[in-house]
Design a protein around this ligand. Structure first.
Ligand code: ASP
Length: 350
């Protein structure tokens, strides 16, 4: 009788998902290095090379990435959550007119701004996204509210804006997003579209205005989070939705494998389910994070499609691109700290 009771107790202890084993909740985290390590990586968009920018532009953009990185490090080093780090970092970059997200968003074919964003929690697989919003100052925060306050994953257009009003998030007039740089790119594109070398419908120019932003973080609890936010691609058709708000394409996070944020020609990232594929290759093929990122950039995607940033559950960081350049920054608890906009560690497809 006593033995049978002990048997039942053992079965309960080893099968109950919320039970505490040896003082450690099985519900929280689960990555190696739990309680010690943190890592963070940011991208400021793939596309043109820093060689095409003036030294002042390079300096300014790197200073902005550094400011965002420092905020992320501050949150993570003091034990804050990866989700908070990702949201805070991306809000800083959304408010910065140098990036194609929030304030500096590109213009679509109709001369408007339509913003996309998503965020994902690697611990619970909870995720939230918004697409085609026109009056929301920080789409990444609205995406997080979709995740935490609704039973849905993706809200688009007027419905997303109605939800933004309900939640009391900051709204702005549509011309808040206008910037001289984005307007110039739009005008150049418009000229090109009306000229003899008209780009075929469905085809996109490879030298799009870079500046989409993404962030992946691993916190000291062992939890991963990823987020991406963008104005999309210059002269996109109105109503076009890219990969950035599509979980599995532009953003993905799973504590069992990795967190990923993408930048590039969104249609290609959607077709190839790139962010999820990085995680799936690790899970089902047992490859390293770097190998999964390399495989996507070299084999699954075409040259000039874009780039990826990712962190695995052990805190390893991967950054790669098959374009001319990608602005990026990374830091971790082991002392790594770098802010780069150059071509050095790219993954150019031969
Ligand atoms: N992936 C974004 C989109 O297609 C653009 C970018 O990353 O530059 O909307």
């Amino acid at each position: 009788m006593g033995n049978r009771y002990f048997g039942f107790l053992l079965i309960f202890v080893f099968t109950s998902p919320s039970v505490c084993l040896w003082g450690q909740s099985t519900e929280a985290g689960g990555a190696a290095g739990k309680g010690e390590k943190f890592s963070i990586v940011i991208h400021g968009g793939a596309g043109s090379s820093a060689a095409n920018a003036s030294p002042e532009q390079v300096k300014k953009r790197k200073a902005s990435l550094k400011k965002a990185l420092d905020r992320g490090v501050e949150i993570l080093s003091s034990g804050g959550a990866a989700l908070d780090a990702v949201e805070s970092v991306l809000r800083i970059l959304e408010d910065d007119p140098q990036f194609n997200a929030g304030k500096g968003a590109v213009f679509n074919a109709a001369g408007d701004h339509e913003l996309d964003a998503s965020i994902m929690d690697g611990r619970t697989q909870a995720c939230g996204a918004v697409a085609g919003v026109k009056i929301v100052k920080n789409p990444i925060s609205l995406a997080r509210l979709v995740m935490s306050e609704t039973r849905h994953v993706l809200l688009a257009g007027p419905g997303a804006e109605e939800f933004a009003k309900e939640q009391g998030v900051e709204l702005v007039p549509t011309d808040y997003f206008d910037t001289i740089g984005a307007k110039k790119s739009w005008e150049r594109y418009k000229l090109k579209m009306s000229g003899l070398n008209k780009i075929k419908d469905g085809k996109v120019e490879s030298s799009w205005k870079m500046g989409t932003v993404g962030c992946v973080a691993l916190d000291r609890q062992g939890d991963l989070a990823a987020g991406t936010t963008t104005g999309g691609m210059t002269y996109k058709k109105f109503g076009r939705i890219g990969d950035s708000p599509i979980v599995g394409a532009g953003t993905y996070a799973d504590n069992a494998t990795c967190g990923v944020s993408a930048t590039g020609i969104g249609e290609q990232y959607i077709r190839n389910a790139v962010a999820y594929d990085v995680s799936a290759q690790m899970k089902y093929k047992g490859v390293t994070l770097q190998a999964a990122v390399d495989d996507n950039l070299r084999r699954r995607l075409n040259k000039n499609d874009g780039g990826l940033i990712a962190i695995d559950k052990d805190g390893n960081i991967a950054m790669g691109f098959n374009t001319a350049g990608m602005a990026r920054a990374a830091a971790d608890s082991e002392g790594r700290y770098e802010v780069i906009w150059g071509d050095a560690v790219g993954n150019r497809r031969q």
